[in-house]
Design a protein around this ligand. Structure first.
Ligand code: NAD
Ligand code: ZN
Length: 254
């Protein structure tokens, strides 16, 4: 048997028991929002004017051409603004209600988890509906206007350029949020990894912390990832189908 692999087949009904008190952590990525209509970076529809996300979501790109980067964020805000949470987001919001120790960690910046009713969401990569002053003269603020009246937008307090309050490639994650996510990963007995290619660090290493602690890992993703061979249970299906079914099968849903 490979490291971390458990003799466990989701089809045969021998699931680990899930109780109200079982500590559960969930890590979501772009795939959980795919069925809401939000394109993943690496999937179809992820391209904008033939730019790759890796060439726009960087501090260098913003220094070179803030207007171009903001046009891209304007396009993404427009896309996401027209999308609604799907059944996977809703199942995760229900899990938060039903379980005593439940932590939802997301790499997504779209805000759909909160819209579905999740109250506590650890957003590792920020949120596209929040803006931040490049001079850091004040805390980040929410601005849901679409389209934004001015591109690139400016800080209302000091007039400096504003940037999206998201984590770009090459930037550090918000330390306190990452620390909480690591803590939850170490503590959990069960971790669901939903719709992430598990390529972007350090998010991709959270499931490894869970495994080190003996947690049962469930992967929900139509495609194989570097984590698949470590998961005790793999559901090769879209999240909006697999996640509500998985949750209902554990009998704790209302
Ligand atoms: P990714 O684009 O690298 O990978 C998406 C993963 O989702 C793939 O493994 C794919 O097989 C899977 N997937 C596709 N459709 C799915 C479905 N219906 N159900 C379940 N899984 C599905 O995304 P990533 O791993 O999150 O990393 C990319 C980075 O870009 C992250 O920071 C991510 O949050 C960010 N991003 C965010 C959004 C968003 O906020 N919605 C969208 C694009 C990218
Ligand atoms: Zn300012």
């Amino acid at each position: 048997m490979m490291h971390g692999q458990k003799e466990h087949d989701p089809q045969n009904g021998r699931r680990p028991i899930l109780r109200r008190a079982t500590p559960v952590a969930v890590l979501t990525g772009a795939g959980v929002s795919a069925e809401s209509g939000v394109p993943t970076f690496r999937g179809q529809g992820g391209l904008w004017r033939s730019y790759r996300a890796e060439d726009l979501a960087t501090p260098q790109a913003f220094r070179r051409d803030p207007e171009l980067v903001w046009q891209w964020y304007g396009w993404r805000r427009g896309l996401v603004g027209a999308c609604r949470p799907n059944a996977a987001h809703v199942a995760l919001a229900e899990m938060e209600q039903a379980l005593d120790d439940f932590v939802l960690v997301t790499q997504n910046v779209d805000g759909l988890h909160r819209l579905a009713g999740s109250r506590r969401v650890l957003e590792l990569h920020g949120n596209i509906w929040r803006l931040r002053c490049t001079r850091e003269c004040r805390p980040p603020w929410e601005d849901r206007r679409d389209p934004l009246p001015e591109i690139p937008p400016r800080c209302p307090a000091c007039g400096a350029l504003a940037r999206p309050d998201v984590v770009w490639f090459g930037e550090a994650l918000p330390g306190a949020v990452l620390a909480e996510a690591m803590d939850a990963s170490r503590r959990c007995e069960l971790m669901l990894v939903v719709g992430t290619s598990a390529l972007v660090q350090p998010a991709a290493s959270l499931p490894l912390l869970a495994l080190d602690n003996g947690a049962h890992l469930v992967e929900i993703n139509p495609q194989a990832t570097p984590l698949s061979h470590l998961a005790g249970e793999v559901l090769r299906e879209p999240a909006a189908q697999a996640l509500p079914r998985w949750w209902a099968a554990h009998g704790l849903s209302a």
